[in-house]
Design a protein around this ligand. Structure first.
Ligand SMILES: CC(C)(COP(=O)(O)OP(=O)(O)OC[C@H]1O[C@@H](n2cnc3c(N)ncnc32)[C@H](O)[C@@H]1OP(=O)(O)O)[C@@H](O)C(=O)NCCC(=O)NCCS
Length: 191
């Protein structure tokens, strides 16, 4: 990390580069809440729900983080390696049939009017806690604000370590749904 240069670029620019696409999947599955699947089909449905649909329909709203090794022979030409991503949608998910398979959006329908954009972010485990995730969030918020989006939200577990990450970036706990281990928190930030 100390010998690397970190840059953020639009997701759409790297989607046709096989090694970057492979890195996206690797980072997604290595940090997903679910680690085992009964079949390849089940694994595919899970990927489509939390990553695939954003790469397909919403690639223009996403960003990736590329690390370039400093002092490595050929580093400039190698194009670097992908170490994190943010995928997002700007559409209100409670009003869009595309997201009808995710039940909690209906229970958060009123909040989705205020905070319609949603995002999913993942940083490779060995690059976490260096401030990269915060940079990625700010880049996305600038982008969404410039397009007239009123607010952005994430839905996560209230027990997750990432809650403090979002709180520091101005996301507030504005709604809860479910109980016990199934409880989720809606964290919203006005843009
Ligand atoms: C959450 C995450 C995107 C933050 O990116 P980052 O580059 O580590 O963020 P920053 O360096 O700007 O901020 C560090 C904060 O991120 C959070 N964080 C760090 N590692 C984390 C992990 N393994 N899981 C959850 N949150 C983590 C913590 O809040 C940390 O602050 P702390 O060290 O005071 O606890 C990144 O850690 C990650 O990909 N975590 C796993 C996946 C995840 O939780 N994604 C969000 C789903 S809603």
């Amino acid at each position: 990390m100390s010998h690397e240069m970190i840059g953020i670029m639009p997701l759409a620019k790297v989607l046709d580069i096989p090694r970057h696409k492979a890195a996206l999947d690797r980072i997604f599955f290595s940090s997903s809440a679910r680690q085992s699947f009964a079949s390849d089909e089940e694994r595919g449905v899970f990927r489509e729900r939390w990553l695939g649909r954003y790469l397909g329909h919403d690639a223009r709203h996403g960003f990736v983080v590329i690390a370039h090794g400093l002092g490595e022979p050929g580093a400039e030409r190698s194009g670097g390696h992908l170490i994190g991503y943010l995928v997002a949608s700007l559409d209100n998910p409670a009003r869009n049939p595309r997201f009808a398979d995710i039940g909690y959006f209906q229970s958060f329908a009123a909040l989705c009017e205020w905070y319609p954009a949603q995002l999913h972010i993942n940083i490779d485990a060995s690059y976490r806690s260096f401030g990269i995730g915060a940079r990625l969030i700010e880049q996305f918020c600038d982008y969404a604000r410039a397009r007239g989006t009123a607010g952005v939200h994430v839905v996560t577990s209230p027990a997750s370590r990432n809650v403090s990450f979002y709180n520091r970036l101005g996301f507030e706990d504005v709604g809860r749904n479910g109980i016990g281990a199934n409880e989720v928190v809606f964290l919203g930030r006005t843009l």
